[in-house]
Design a protein around this ligand. Structure first.
Ligand SMILES: Cc1ncc(C[n+]2csc(CCOP(=O)(O)OP(=O)(O)O)c2C)c(N)n1
Ligand code: SF4
Length: 297
């Protein structure tokens, strides 16, 4: 955990400045992740959350650096293990707002099984995937989100595999909040992240966040030509409509695609303390201790 988080001690309103740090991201100029960072900072500000009550847990990748670029508790975990870490943190301290973040490789390659289980488990955390359809940090290999025919050093003749569709996957894994945004549309993205944080349960925000250095196919212009904003009349509570929207737009629809009210994990597990462990009484009553010790005699 970063120990340098600046706690807002006065009761005055939280401003964007409270989420700023004195570190310049080393992302390439134009990288979509800049906008995701700003949208996240604005969402946390809009929700008036104190930085000391927020933890941002990232995987490994260019996107994973996000946890060090804002003033909140930050944990730069392992490749594909942001969700495991985030869930542990949330269980240990349910009073924290926990945000997990990472790239599409993190989420849908090495971390795929974690992603599916976190979705169906419905723990109350928000997962922001910076989906650039390539491995950025390791210099541009094909990811499970790369399109068929995508040429990189790892697929010099073009990828022959079908890409993963994050929203379709989340719908079938029973995630209770699924949204999709585009880093070029930052106001909308901020709204999506705010709603995702407000949602009680697991929320996925998949963000088309172009890699300007290694993905020359899925560029800002390409997305502008292909994304489809869901109409205002769209009802996100209808799973059938959500599947249809994903099908009709080839997975490129933007907005809150699905939302469901289902009790989160912590409300369902018996015996859960429902408070931070450091506030819980962890002392074992003497008779239970003696009973346990008797087993070893
Ligand atoms: C266990 C493990 N395997 C492989 C790597 C090497 N590695 C680091 S980042 C990465 C992929 C990054 O792609 P993505 O998750 O999409 O994030 P991006 O850099 O595009 O934001 C890989 C394969 C690693 N750090 N750890
Ligand atoms: S390599 Fe791509 S993903 Fe990484 S910082 Fe540069 S533009 Fe962003």
């Amino acid at each position: 955990m970063a120990i340098s988080v600046q706690e807002k001690k006065t009761p005055s309103a939280i401003t964007l400045k409270d989420y700023k740090v004195n570190i310049r991201p080393n992302w390439c100029p134009g990288c979509g992740d800049f906008s995701v960072l700003m949208a996240l900072q604005k969402s946390l500000t809009a929700l008036q959350l104190n930085p000391k009550d927020v933890a941002v847990v990232a995987g490994i990748g260019c996107s994973g650096r996000i946890s060090g670029y804002l003033n909140a508790y930050g944990f730069h975990s392992l490749h594909g293990r942001a969700l495991a870490t985030a869930q542990g943190i949330k269980l240990a301290n349910p009073e924290l707002t926990v945000i997990a973040a990472g790239g599409d490789g993190d989420a849908f390659a090495i971390g795929m099984s974690q992603t599916i289980h976190a979705m169906r488990r419905n723990m109350d955390i928000t997962y922001i995937v910076m989906d650039n359809q390539v491995y950025g940090l390791t210099k541009g290999q094909t990811s499970p989100r790369s399109s068929e025919g995508f040429k990189t050093s790892s697929t010099p003749y073009g990828s022959v595999e079908q890409p993963v569709h994050p929203v379709q996957l989340a719908l079938s894994a029973n995630a209770t909040f699924i949204a999709q945004g585009f880093s070029s549309e930052q106001d909308e993205l901020q709204e999506l992240i705010r709603k995702a944080i407000e949602h009680k349960g697991f929320s996925l925000v998949n963000v088309f966040s172009p890699c300007v250095t290694y993905n020359k196919v899925n560029t800002y212009d390409w997305f502008r030509q292909h994304v489809v904003q869901l109409p205002e009349t769209y009802d996100p509570h209808d799973k059938g409509a959500a599947l249809q929207a994903v099908h009709d737009t080839n997975g490129l629809c933007l907005g809150v695609i699905y939302e469901e009210d289902r009790p989160p994990y912590d409300e369902l597990i018996p015996g859960y303390a429902h408070k931070p462990y450091f506030h819980a009484d962890l002392q074992l009553p003497t008779e239970l201790f003696e009973e346990a010790m008797a087993e070893f005699q």
